[in-house]
Ligand binder design. Structure first.
Ligand code: ASP
Length: 314
């Protein structure tokens, strides 16, 4: 079988290790492993990179440990507005939804919109109507809410009033996946609740093709996490693909240059996962940690939150 590869992230807003019990960290790592398993099962049976990234992201949207779907961040009005996108590196087809109030799995709506082909991005109530008309599950806002997100919003309101900065964890999250399939095609998908206390109606980088999500066969697939405004301004996904394709940089150099060079210069938290056309995987971040995992061509799988890397079975 030709080389396959998969990498996922659950956001670069990881808390200090001491702030959660070992059991909680274990539970988050288990959900990362489950996402890897879901995506890798697709690739291993000859499925497409597109199906693999969607399957992995759905698992993380359903998990309360990550800022997407169930467990998404709350905006300044205490409302969940969900963004997601998916891109096929083979055809450059893409689909995205933004500011959805109700789609249980926003990445599924992005995928269906991509297949529909009439638009790349639908927003707000129209995105919700599209999902419903397509037969996807929708949920009341309460489905997306967890105690942790309510606390994070309260903490960010206090920071805002005092003019202080929140922790990376209070600010960040997002989930994403990138994959290379046996046919040599790349794909990327990203899903998020944005950041805690974000402005009403604010759309981040995750549903913006080229910024938070990008895939192009022959170059790479990228899914980002971090302050989305800067990912949009630096067109991060496309920038990394361009450095690989036009400067001939290896993927790790290109991705590191953007995360620890261009983005770090703004003093913001940032991270991403990327996979190259040759199956190379990289996962740079500039925060204390990033929920992440990957499976290499030989079937070995790993998950991590901070520096320690754990091997898991997929
Ligand atoms: N990139 C996401 C956004 O700006 C949030 C994050 O990953 O922290 O919406």
């Amino acid at each position: 079988m030709k080389k396959i590869a998969l990498a996922i992230h659950g956001g670069c807003g990881v808390m200090p290790e001491a702030s959660m019990t070992p059991e909680d960290w274990q539970a988050a790592r288990q959900d990362l492993a489950a996402a890897l398993k879901a995506g890798y099962a697709v690739l291993q049976t000859g499925g497409s990179a597109l199906d693999a990234v969607e399957a992995a992201v759905v698992v993380m949207e359903d998990s309360p440990h990550f800022n997407a779907g169930h467990g998404a961040a709350l905006n300044e009005n205490g409302v969940h507005e969900l963004d997601a996108s998916i891109m096929d590196g083979a055809t450059l087809e893409a689909g995205a939804v933004s500011a959805s109030l109700a789609i249980r799995n926003p990445v599924k709506a992005a995928r269906l919109l991509m297949q529909d082909g009439r638009a790349v991005l639908l927003t707000g109530a129209a995105a919700d109507r599209f999902a419903e008309a397509s037969g996807l599950a929708t949920e009341p806002q309460s489905y997306f809410t967890t105690a942790k997100r309510v606390e994070a919003l309260a903490a960010m309101k206090v920071h805002a009033a005092a003019g202080t900065d929140g922790t990376e964890n209070e600010k960040h999250g997002t989930v994403g996946a990138v994959a290379l399939d046996a046919a040599g095609h790349l794909a990327a998908a990203t899903s998020t609740g944005g950041y805690t206390n974000k402005p009403d109606g604010r759309v981040g980088d995750s549903p913006i093709i080229g910024a938070g999500t990008y895939a192009r066969d022959g170059a790479c697939a990228v899914s980002g996490t971090g302050k989305g405004e800067f990912f949009i301004r630096h067109v991060v996904g496309h920038e990394i693909a361009s450095r690989v394709a036009y400067l001939g940089q290896d993927l790790a150099t290109a991705a590191d240059g953007v995360v620890n060079g261009d983005l770090a210069a703004h003093d913001i938290g940032a991270g991403l996962v990327a996979v190259g056309a040759d199956g190379a995987i990289t996962a740079p971040y500039n925060t204390p940690g990033m929920f992440r995992g990957w499976v290499t061509g030989d079937g070995k799988a790993f998950v991590a939150t901070h520096e320690t890397i754990y091997e898991v079975t997929v």
